[in-house]
Ligand binder design. Structure first.
Ligand code: NDP
Length: 285
């Protein structure tokens, strides 16, 4: 049989990027699948993004991930967007289709997959309260609306930003999304089935920070989720556990956005256990 020493390349472009652990789990999955694929974690300054994307095209890369600050800036450099990436207005994964680069967004899909697979909950017809209106909040909100939630209440500190996100997603999806200003010690309604922290509150090094909310009214089945993955056990999740509420940590979203990326790039299903183990080793958790 003819030998094939050719590598297929994917990468993460970001700045800063050194602490991004995605490459560890993708490389673990490539090895498990016996694929001669490599994932490079590369620092790219904003002014060099176009050159980096053109370089990836010239070398026939299979795609790449984009992280801060490139998720929006990369859009004009691509050939087309998936419907979800278009609704979210940001791209975290680019895949190659022939000679075209297609922008996708797997952040919200990763979150939903965790809700379904790890927490065993179908978001359809559920009532959700979501904290935040940044990039993660927008990706998660979009996928929740596409999944058919009954109600999506968004709370955000900066009112203009929260209102703008909600108005935009309501217009684009026609889904049941609404906004309320985030009050001090905001009481989360007793009708809530899923509560999501999509802010950066609790992210390392501010590990003692806790969203200003009251969990006292939550029903015993309410799933409490955190997008923050460093540390995986945030104060919010610890408070929910103390009330015997089910929880879903940010590692779940992180792993499954990577699982979805692997599927988009290779057309195969990765070894999810190997990806989770590599991520935990990389993050030392
Ligand atoms: P953005 O900077 O886009 O948004 C940050 C959000 O947090 C805004 O809504 C902001 O509110 C809010 N916020 C920050 N600090 C406070 C505070 N002290 N009080 C109230 N609100 C606050 O960040 P991202 O959306 O990109 O990321 C959010 C979190 O999600 C991060 O921790 C990130 O690591 C995590 N994430 C996790 C992923 C995963 O796979 N698990 C994937 C992507 C992100 P305001 O509008 O008022 O500023």
């Amino acid at each position: 049989m003819a030998k094939n020493f050719k590598s297929e390349l994917v990468a993460c472009f970001g700045q800063p990027v050194a602490e991004n652990p995605t490459g560890e789990m993708q490389e673990a999955a490539f090895q498990k699948a016996g694929l001669a694929w490599r994932y490079l974690t590369i620092e790219v300054a904003p002014e060099d993004l176009e050159k980096a994307v053109n370089g990836a095209r010239a070398m026939g890369w299979q795609g790449f991930n984009c992280t801060i600050p490139h998720k929006v800036a990369v859009i004009p450099l691509l050939d087309s967007l998936s419907r979800e990436a278009e609704l979210i207005g940001a791209v975290n994964t680019v895949r190659r289709d022939g000679d075209k680069f297609i922008g996708e967004n797997t952040d919200g899909k990763g979150f939903l997959r965790g809700v379904r697979q790890d927490a065993k909950i179908d978001p359809k017809n559920k009532r959700v309260v979501l904290l935040g209106a940044g990039g993660a909040a927008r990706a998660i909100s979009t996928e929740l609306l596409l999944a058919g939630v009954a109600d999506l209440l968004v709370l955000n500190r900066t009112i203009d930003r929260g209102q703008a996100m909600v108005a935009d997603l309501a217009a684009k999806t026609g889904g049941p999304i609404r906004f309320e200003p985030w009050l001090e010690n905001h009481e989360i309604p007793a009708t809530t089935d899923i509560l999501v922290n999509a802010t950066s509150i609790g992210l390392y090094p501010d590990v003692d920070a806790m969203p200003s909310i009251q969990l006292g009214n939550l029903p015993p089945h309410c799933l409490v989720c955190d997008a923050v993955f460093n540390p995986p056990e945030t104060r919010l999740l610890a408070a929910a556990r103390a009330r015997n509420l089910p929880v879903l940590d940010g590692l779940s979203m992180l792993v499954y956005q990577g699982v979805t990326g692997f599927q988009l790039w290779t057309g195969q299903d990765p070894d999810e256990a190997a990806m989770k183990a590599a991520l935990r080793t990389a993050l030392d958790v």
